[in-house]
Design a protein around this ligand. Structure first.
Ligand SMILES: Nc1nc2c(c(=O)[nH]1)N[C@H]1C(S)=C(S)[C@@H](COP(=O)(O)O)O[C@H]1N2
Ligand SMILES: [Mo]
Length: 592
């Protein structure tokens, strides 16, 4: 009997050694058609053809377990993990106490937690916030002590400090961006609309109890209060308009094409709003290091410590990142306490944060409590060494090593169209009004923004008068009336040239990477063009209006035909018939 034939007992002989149970599992699923078409790919079993038989690899099943005794043996979390400083709610010092870290890790290892939610291969959840952060909440209450209340406190701060129209991607740790129509409404956006990217809870720090230490490879270790920094006789005041861009900005475009690593916090599905511009006031970190007598031999990097707690693979950390001394030396690293004329909001790092100009947002450490000069290499902490890596396409879950990634520091040039929106129907008079932003990192700035209405073949530049002012470390917003004669589906593309004439790869695929970072490809949106300068289009739309029929939704056919049969018949009679041969000759008709 051949493979695939039905046996006498009705079962199916399967090709390549597939067993009957596997076949049965594949059968009669209500969502089979969706799975086949890639719409529910999260439940599509992995096809392993590497052995002599085909095998199907199924997702791991989650069965909660907990070793209560082991957890109790660790001790009382209220005592073990108590807050480090008076007036610093939610700050637990982990980095100085390896034993304490080990105790928290023991608690974490003595139980399991649900897997991350699927939001890439499956349909994206319809909830708001899009993702809840169930695991992150559970991790906080598992370790306990002061971390227990942190998710609730953080959410209260979100509600208090952020605009009510923010798009919440992740409830905890909070990740949110402004809706497109508000992102570029002003070139310097109000604080309430600035995106937020948190890896943990929000510490609530009393300004009067605030200080940070500067130590490590400096001549002299020193402690600084806010009053010290604000003393202009010691430190010249610095004011700078800076765009902070998360390297995850526009990640959704990579996800939409090809999924990558799917941790809800690490790889939040950002759209075009994970970028914000504000005027910061503070002092240059260089001057503060000078006050410590400068760096000593091998002090090549500055490590920043944030007071929030960050979980990674069952370990607890404080949020740690580093930047090279060369960046600090150029006066491009600021200790900032003011944002757009107001004290830093709590959610943005109150009372003091780092602002690293032209680097990815991740280096701009919030709730700063320590700076350590280190060397000769960057910080080994996970956010620096394991996150924010830019991989080659060949790297993925199966083979990824830290050393395969480039640590992302300066942001490349990028841009985004904020109006119209993809899949939108646009009725226009021969040009489509578009709006958006453009940005380049590393102290470069957008010099020209170009748009194409034909998928990237011909380009029009934005008028300089329609771009916001040039600033060394900030984005520019832009507008353009993009000429467009054609009708139907078109692809509008936007790209930027910075002052070094760097520009963007033309498609997402060219720069796709496993960590889904730096979606710097030209931004493409498809829109349906309805050009009213065309006589027939105009007449038809007027007819719609006269009859009170809506043109939306585009895909729903209209009741009334655009052409009546008199017109049709008169046209047909005047023109050649449909087929080239004349079939109406008598001898043809009666030919046998
Ligand atoms: N302490 C601390 N600093 C942090 C983070 C964090 O989670 N904790 N997130 C970083 C990341 S990844 C980005 S993109 C920026 C975002 O700054 P914002 O939330 O003020 O917009 O903050 C950075 N600084
Ligand atoms: Mo980020």
């Amino acid at each position: 009997m051949a493979a695939g034939d039905t046996n006498s007992n009705g079962s199916v002989e399967l090709p390549l050694g597939r067993t009957r149970t596997e076949q049965e599992e594949q059968k009669n699923r209500p969502d089979e058609w969706k799975i086949e078409q890639g719409l529910h790919a999260a439940s599509l079993p992995i096809l392993d053809q590497s052995g002599d038989q085909i095998r199907y690899v199924k997702p791991m099943e989650y069965e909660p377990w907990k070793d209560e005794r082991a957890i109790r043996a660790v001790g009382n979390p209220e005592e073990l993990f108590k807050e480090e400083r008076e007036g610093w709610k939610g700050y637990i010092e982990w980095e100085a106490y390896p034993e304490k870290k080990a105790k928290a890790a023991k608690i974490m290892e003595s139980q399991n937690f649900p897997p991350p939610p699927e939001f890439q291969l499956g349909p994206i959840p319809g909830t708001n916030p899009v993702l809840e952060g169930v695991r992150w909440k559970q991790w906080h209450s598992a370790v306990g002590g002061p971390l227990t209340d942190i998710p609730a406190i953080s959410w209260d701060i979100v509600k208090k400090e952020k605009h009510e129209e923010m798009l919440h991607l992740l409830e905890f740790p909070y990740n949110g961006e402004a809706p497109k129509r508000l992102v570029t409404a002003k070139d310097i956006m109000p604080n309430s609309l600035h995106f937020v990217r948190n890896h943990g809870g929000i510490p609530v720090i009393d300004k009067d109890k605030y200080y940070f230490d500067l130590d490590g490879l400096v001549k002299e270790t020193k402690r600084f209060t806010l009053d010290d920094l604000m003393d202009e006789s010691k430190y010249p005041r610095m004011e700078q308009t800076v765009t902070i861009q998360c390297s995850g900005t526009r990640r959704i475009e990579q996800i939409n094409q090809y999924s990558g690593e799917g941790d809800e916090m690490i790889n939040a599905p950002w759209a075009e709003g994970a970028i914000g511009t504000a005027k910061y006031v503070g002092v240059s970190l260089k001057k503060v290091i000078k006050a410590c007598g400068g760096l000593v031999y091998q002090g090549n990097h500055l490590e920043f410590y944030g007071a929030d707690t960050y979980f990674k693979k069952n370990q607890v950390h404080n949020y740690l990142v580093s930047v090279p001394w060369s960046k600090v030396k150029a006066n491009e690293v600021m200790l900032a306490w003011e944002m757009n004329g107001e004290p830093l909001p709590r959610i943005h790092g109150y009372p003091l944060r780092i602002v690293v100009m032209g680097y990815i947002g991740a280096r701009s450490c919030k709730w700063l409590y320590r700076i350590k000069a280190i060397g000769p290499n960057p910080s080994p902490a996970p956010v620096q060494s394991q996150e924010y890596l830019y991989f080659n396409q060949q790297v993925g879950k199966h083979n990824q090593r830290m050393t395969d990634g480039i640590q992302i520091q300066e942001m490349p040039v990028s841009s985004a169209i904020m109006m119209p929106w993809t899949k939108q129907i646009v009725i226009h008079n021969g040009s489509i009004h578009c709006k958006g932003w453009a940005y380049s990192g590393g102290g470069r700035w957008p010099e020209r923004v170009e748009l194409s209405a034909d998928g990237g073949f011909s380009w029009y530049a934005c008028d300089i008068a329609d771009m916001s002012p040039k600033r060394k470390f900030a984005w520019r917003t832009w507008e353009i009336d993009l000429p467009c004669q054609v009708e139907g589906w078109i692809e509008i593309v936007c790209r930027c040239w910075d002052n070094s004439l760097n520009t963007q790869p033309l498609n997402v695929r060219a720069a796709w990477n496993w960590g889904l970072h730096v979606t710097s490809s030209a931004h493409r949106i498809s829109i349906y063009s309805v050009n009213k300068t065309r006589e027939r289009t105009k007449a038809r739309l007027e007819d719609f209006a006269k009859r009170g029929v809506s043109f939306a939704p585009l895909t729903v056919p209209t009741e009334r035909a655009i052409q009546d049969f008199d017109e049709y018949t008169s046209w047909v009679n005047k023109h050649d018939p449909r087929d080239a041969e004349n079939v109406y000759k008598e001898e043809d008709l009666f030919d046998d």
